[in-house]
Write a protein that binds this ligand. Structure first.
Ligand code: FAD
Length: 320
C-alpha cells in the first residue's frame, strides 16, 4: 500500500488536533507516515501511533526553532525522497501553507490548499475545496509530481486507529537557505483558556448587534459553557469591541467548526466566506429578514440579550 506523508504540527511533543484529523484522511489514501520535527519530536510517536501512523520519521535540531520555515521544508523534502509517498498532507495553518508551497516548488509538484475533504481517486487523491466565498465546491487532483495538499482544521473526525508507529530517525541536510531568516523573539499570546479559533469544534460569534465591547461578556459566557472559541464580525472588530485575531470572514479567519453560533450578525457575503463550511449553523437575530437566516440550520428570531443568556443558563442546567 502506498505511503502518505503527514506533517506533524506539535508543541514540544504535544500533537495538535488538525494533525490527528490528517491521519484520518491519510488512511483513506494509504498508510500514514508522520514527519515530526524539532524539540519533542520523538514524544509525538505514541499519539500518532494511536491514530494510525505506521511510522514516525523524526529529526530534532535547534534550527527548527531558531529559523523560519526553510529547515522544515528541507526535512520534508528529505522525507519525500526517502519514502516516495502518494501524497504529502500538511495542516492549513499560515505556517503549514508556507511550508507546503515551498515544498511543492522544490519537488516540482502541484499543490492544493485549504482542502475540506479528501478521498482516494483512480489517478491520485481527490481534494474538495470550498471556493468563491463558499458559493461553490470543487473537486480537484494534482496532475504533476507528488500531490502536496493542505487541509483545513475540522475537515475530518479524529479517529482511534492503533498502528505500529515505529520511530525512525530522518536524515536531513539543511540547505544554504535554511538559516537565512532567524527568529529573534517569540511573544506568547495571552491565554484565554479557549480553543484556537480555526481549530475549535464550536465557535460562538458576535456582531454589531452585540452593541459594545462590554456586552461580549455574554458571548464569552455562552462560549465557555460550550468549550467554544469566540469569533466576531468585522463590524464588531472595527468598532474596537473585539480583537482582529478573532475576526471571522474574508479579511479575517476562515473557520469550519461542527457548530457555529452567530449572534447579532447580519450574514454579509464577506462574513459568510469565513464560516459557511461550518457543519451546523445557528443564528440569533432580531430581524427575521436578516440574510444570515438563508444559510442557517437553526434560526432564532429574537433579541440576543434575551436569547443568549437563556441559552447559556439552559446549557449550564443540563450539564448539571
Ligand atoms: P450588521 O450588518 O450591521 O448586522 C448586525 C445584525 O445584528 C443585524 O442583522 C441586526 O438585525 C442584528 N441585531 C442588532 N441588534 C440585535 C439584538 N439585540 N439581538 C439580535 N440581533 C440584533 N465582515 C466580516 O464579518 N468579516 C470579514 O472578514 C469581512 N471582510 C470584509 C472585506 C471587505 C473587502 C468588505 C468590503 C467588507 C468586509 N466585511 C467583513 C464587512 C461586511 O460587509 C459586513 O459589513 C459585516 O460583516 C457586518 O457585520 P455585522 O453582521 O456584525 O453587522
Amino acid at each position: 500500500m502506498a505511503e502518505v506523508l503527514v506533517y506533524v504540527d506539535h508543541v514540544d511533543g504535544a500533537v495538535r488536533k488538525p494533525t490527528l484529523e490528517l491521519l484520518t484522511l491519510a488512511r483513506r489514501i494509504g498508510e500514514p507516515v508522520a514527519v515530526a520535527l524539532g524539540g519533542g519530536a520523538a514524544e509525538t510517536a505514541a499519539t500518532l501511533a494511536e491514530h494510525g501512523a505506521v511510522k514516525v520519521l523524526t529529526h530534532e535540531a535547534a534550527e527548527y526553532a531558531e529559523y523560519l520555515v526553510v529547515p522544515k521544508v528541507d526535512a520534508l523534502q528529505a522525507a519525500v525522497e526517502a519514502v516516495s509517498p502518494a501524497a504529502v498532507l500538511v495542516p492549513s495553518s499560515a505556517e503549514g501553507k508556507e511550508i507546503a508551497a515551498r515544498l511543492a516548488l522544490r519537488i516540482g509538484s502541484g499543490i492544493i490548499t485549504d482542502a475540506v475533504d479528501l478521498e482516494a481517486g483512480d489517478s491520485g487523491p481527490v481534494a474538495t475545496q470550498s471556493v468563491f466565498a463558499a458559493s461553490y465546491t470543487t473537486k480537484s487532483r494534482v496532475s504533476k509530481g507528488t500531490p502536496v495538499i493542505t487541509v483545513k482544521p475540522n475537515s475530518a473526525a479524529v479517529e482511534a486507529a492503533p498502528a505500529a508507529g515505529a520511530v525512525e530517525a530522518l536524515s536531513v541536510t539543511f540547505s544554504a537557505q535554511a538559516t537565512g531568516t532567524k527568529v529573534t523573539g517569540r511573544t506568547p499570546r495571552e491565554s484565554t483558556g479557549r480553543p484556537e479559533l480555526t481549530e475549535a469544534a464550536i465557535v460562538v460569534s458576535g456582531g454589531r448587534g452585540v452593541n459594545g465591547a462590554e456586552n461580549f461578556a455574554i458571548i464569552e459566557a455562552l462560549a465557555d459553557q460550550l468549550g467554544a472559541a469566540v469569533g466576531a464580525s468585522r463590524a464588531a472588530v472595527d468598532a474596537g469591541w473585539y480583537p482582529h485575531t478573532n475576526q471571522v470572514g474574508q479579511t479575517g479567519k476562515s473557520v469550519s467548526p461542527q457548530l457555529y453560533i452567530a449572534s447579532g450578525i447580519s450574514g454579509a457575503i464577506q462574513h459568510r466566506a469565513g464560516m459557511q463550511t461550518s457543519k451546523t449553523i445557528v443564528a440569533i437575530n432580531k430581524d427575521a429578514e436578516a440574510p444570515i437566516f438563508e444559510l442557517v440550520d437553526y434560526g432564532v428570531v429574537g433579541d440576543l440579550f434575551d436569547v443568549v443568556p437563556q441559552l447559556t443558563e439552559e446549557i449550564k442546567t443540563r450539564k448539571g
